[in-house]
Design a protein around this ligand. Structure first.
Ligand code: FE2
Length: 449
């Protein structure tokens, strides 16, 4: 008995410890962490001069405030408030997050502001941005690319540093983010948005959707970004300097399960937007019309994508739908679109001015001086887990320059007649491997003839 009593006395604490250990997961599940700290801060330009929109994420509900002030002035002397929307990811865990949006207004053009965002439950780091100059004589500089992922984001460090050195006024991300934002119950989206914060919290990060955003009907894309207009960032336009920039979804041509009507709605919106931009009083002050969409109309890659076919859906539309769906090439040509920016192919390709599969150079010696058709650039090699693509060894005559290096494009809209484009190779440590000046004394449909 004595031995037994001793034995049970010895086992008591051990059993108790086991019992506690077996309950441990319950304690963990029972007390979730408090997540009121802002993260994933990014900017976008709402299209109204003197404004800037700050978007960020918290995992618990908090107020949405931005405190800001002019650089060199009193810190946080102004406050703007906004709202948060609840985004529930459609993955198994149904993860919830609050996306906060605050619009700053009345900003002085070209002035630099210091800001942080959050609430009294937690503030972000301190960031800065320069309010966009709304003058039509302003010469904005852009970095642009598509297909940047969470894994293997090769150009990211260079882009971060150049953005923080104030080399760009805005960034254009032409679809395909994170690879993919919905994965791991949208944790890949969270991590990607943290990765690009060091760019996107300093300059407007303007986007369009790509095929990698399609899961759950583009819900991660539609919820996380805050582009102008009321289309959940799917298509919109905005002005900067002497440029009118149109962002569109090429994906409406491919994911018909989310609604063929989207394709027609966008087409109609594009037509109206282009008509408005072409009114003589508008085109006179913003002569450059630049489009950005994810999947190109033309490309020389060997992957059988839409752009490798003569009957590209984006270019020529679809005749297997009821009613048949118009493509974008004729529309853009009719309204004198100057430059068309694309991605999706994990390469860089510059085309000679092209329309209807034919080259329309300005002249033999100066193809981009008064070109007789739109100029296409395909820049989808920023870096992602799918690596780079390969080219067809026999490109068509409209293919002017090709590179499989990782990299991105810079664009400088200098004035109403001159626009400069160059390609940066990250593989070659930032070397500029291609550049052109597009010079146009006239813009619009009549400039083709
Ligand atoms: Fe893509």
């Amino acid at each position: 008995m004595l031995t037994g009593a001793k034995f049970s006395f010895k086992m008591g604490p051990v059993r108790a410890a086991w019992a506690l250990l077996s309950l441990a997961p319950l304690f963990v599940l029972g007390v979730p962490p408090i997540w009121t700290q802002p993260e994933q801060v990014h900017l976008s330009y709402p299209g109204e001069p003197g404004s800037m929109l700050v978007t960020w994420t918290t995992f618990n509900k908090t107020e949405s405030k931005v405190e800001y002030g002019l650089l060199g002035g009193r810190l946080f002397e102004m406050t703007a408030t906004g709202d948060a929307t609840l985004f529930v990811d459609s993955g198994e865990e149904k993860r919830k997050m609050f996306i906060h949006r605050v619009t700053l207004t009345g900003l002085k053009a070209a002035s630099t502001y210091v800001y942080h965002c959050g609430s009294n439950d937690g503030w972000s780091d301190v960031f800065f941005f320069t309010a966009l100059n709304d003058s039509t004589r302003f010469s904005p500089r852009f970095a642009l690319y598509g297909d940047l992922g969470n894994e293997n984001p090769q150009s990211l460090a260079r882009l971060q540093k150049e953005t923080q050195l104030s080399m760009y006024d805005a960034i254009l991300h032409i679809g395909d983010f994170a690879y993919d934002m919905h994965e791991d119950n949208a944790r890949i989206g969270d991590e990607f948005m943290r990765q690009v914060e060091s760019i996107a919290a300093y300059v407007p990060y303007m986007t369009c959707p790509g095929n990698h955003e399609a899961t759950y009907n583009f819900s991660n894309y539609r919820n996380r970004f805050s582009m102008p207009g009321k289309t959940e960032s799917l298509w919109y336009s905005w002005n900067l300097g002497s440029a009118h920039i149109i962002s569109l979804s090429t994906e409406v041509y491919f994911y018909l399960q989310f609604g063929l009507e989207l394709l027609f709605k966008q087409y109609e919106w594009l037509r109206k937007d282009l008509e408005e931009a072409n009114k003589p009083e508008n085109r006179a002050v913003r002569p450059w019309i630049i489009t950005m969409g994810h999947r190109p109309m033309y490309c020389s890659d060997d992957d059988q994508d839409d752009c490798t076919t003569f009957d590209s859906y984006v270019r020529r539309g679809r005749n297997d739908t009821k009613p048949t769906a118009p493509g974008l090439e004729d529309l853009f040509y009719r309204y004198g679109v100057d430059v068309e920016l694309w991605a999706h192919e994990h390469t860089y390709e510059r085309l000679w001015p092209v329309y209807g599969d034919k080259v329309f150079n300005g002249s033999k010696e100066q193809p981009y001086v008064n070109p007789k058709a739109p100029v296409h650039i395909i820049t989808g090699s920023a870096g992602c887990r799918e690596k780079t693509d390969r080219f067809n060894p026999n490109p068509k005559e409209w293919s002017a320059f090709r590179s499989t290096d990782y990299g991105y494009t810079r664009m400088h809209v200098v004035n109403s007649t001159h626009l400069y484009l160059e390609q940066v190779s990250d593989d070659q440590y930032g070397k500029v491997i291609d550049s052109i000046w597009v010079v146009k004394e006239k813009h619009g449909y009549s400039s083709w003839f």
